[in-house]
Design a protein around this ligand. Structure first.
Ligand SMILES: C[S@@+](CC[C@H](N)C(=O)[O-])C[C@H]1O[C@@H](n2cnc3c(N)ncnc32)[C@H](O)[C@@H]1O
Length: 279
C-alpha cells in the first residue's frame, strides 16, 4: 500500500497490477470495482470531480469562471463529444466516475435527460449527494457489459477514459448498440497501448457502428498533462483538484508512456440501423 500526501488530503491506493494480470475478464471488472470503491470511499471530503488525464486543444472553449480550473478535464469531454448535438436528447454517460463531466454536460448541452452510470457504488452515492439539484441528471450503478436499460433508450451514449478497465470491450459495444436508438450516436475516448488501440479500431469497424473517424488526440492529452505537471511544480495550480496531488513524477511517467508505447484516441460514430436489424 502506498500513501500519497495530498496537501490537506491523504488517501490510500493499492497496486492492483498483479491482480489484473491474473484475472479473467469477469474477474477484472470485480478488481476494478473493488479498487474504485475503496479509493472513492476516501474521497467524500475531497475536491476531485474528474478522474481523467484531460485534454487541451489549440482553441480554448468558453467556460464560466467557476469552471476555469477544471478546463483540461472538461475539454476532454467536449473533444469526445465533438459536434454531437445533445440538446433535448436522452443521453447516457457510461462510467461517469465522480460526475464532474456529467454535471458540466447536463448544464452546458441541456439534454432532456442525462443518466450517468458507474460500476462503483461509492461513486454513485457521492454523486447523488453532490448533484441532487441538477434536475436533468441522475446517477445509477451499472456495468458497461450489461447495461441496466431497455433496448433503444438513448439518443447519445458517451464514454470517457474508462474502457481500458473493461474485461470485455466487445460486450460493451454490443450493449451500447442495444440501448441506442436507431441513428443514435456513440462518442468514445480512451488511452491504450498502440497495438491494443489498433485492435479496438478493428472492433469498431467490425461492429454495427458506422465508423466515421478515429482520431488520435494524444498531443492534446500530453499538453494537458504537461500543464498540470508544470502548474503543480510551480505552485500555480491547486494540487487538491488533481488526483495525483503533488506527485509530479507520476505525471512525468504517464507523459513518457505516451511517447513510448501508448496513444489516446477518440471517435464519434453512429448506429448503422441496417446492421442492427440484421443482428
Ligand atoms: C478513469 S475513471 C473515468 C471516470 C470519468 N469518466 C472521468 O473522466 O472522470 C474510470 C471509471 O470507470 C468505472 N468503471 C470501471 N469498470 C467499469 C465497468 N465495467 N462498468 C462501468 N464503469 C466502470 C470506474 O468505477 C471509474 O469511475
Amino acid at each position: 500500500m502506498e500513501s500519497k500526501p495530498q496537501g490537506k488530503f491523504t488517501f490510500e491506493c493499492e497496486d492492483i497490477t498483479p491482480a489484473l494480470r491474473d484475472s479473467s475478464s469477469a474477474g477484472r471488472n470485480q478488481v476494478w470495482k473493488n479498487w474504485y470503491d475503496k479509493l472513492i470511499s476516501q474521497l467524500g471530503n475531497s475536491e476531485y470531480r474528474f478522474f481523467n488525464y484531460g485534454y487541451l486543444g489549440q482553441e480554448k472553449i468558453e467556460l464560466d469562471p467557476a469552471e476555469q480550473d477544471k478546463r483540461n478535464f472538461i475539454e476532454l469531454y467536449q473533444r469526445t463529444l465533438g459536434d454531437t448535438d445533445l440538446t433535448g436528447k436522452d443521453v447516457l454517460d457510461v462510467s461517469s466516475g465522480l460526475g464532474g463531466g456529467a454535471l458540466w454536460i447536463s448544464r452546458r448541452h441541456r439534454p432532456a435527460s442525462l443518466v450517468a452510470m458507474d460500476l462503483s457504488t461509492e461513486a454513485v452515492n457521492l454523486c447523488n449527494e453532490w448533484y441532487s439539484d441538477q434536475r436533468n441528471l441522475r446517477f445509477v450503478v451499472g456495468d458497461s457489459e450489461s447495461l441496466p436499460f431497455p433496448d433503444s433508450s438513448f439518443d447519445v451514449i458517451y464514454n470517457v477514459e474508462s474502457a481500458h478497465c473493461y474485461g470485455n470491450f466487445g460486450a460493451f459495444l454490443e450493449e451500447a448498440q442495444r440501448v441506442l436508438r436507431p441513428d443514435g450516436v456513440f462518442c468514445w475516448s480512451d488511452f491504450q497501448s498502440r497495438s491494443e488501440m489498433a485492435d479496438i479500431k478493428s472492433q469498431f469497424m467490425d461492429s454495427g457502428f458506422t465508423t466515421v473517424s478515429f482520431q488520435d488526440i494524444t498531443e492534446g492529452v500530453i499538453r494537458s498533462l504537461e500543464f498540470v505537471r508544470n502548474g503543480i511544480s510551480e505552485g500555480t495550480l491547486d494540487s487538491n483538484l488533481f488526483i495525483w496531488g503533488g506527485d509530479t513524477d507520476s505525471i512525468q511517467d504517464v507523459i513518457e508512456e505516451f511517447g513510448d508505447w501508448r496513444s489516446y484516441h477518440c471517435c464519434q460514430i453512429s448506429m448503422d440501423s441496417s446492421a442492427r436489424s440484421s443482428r
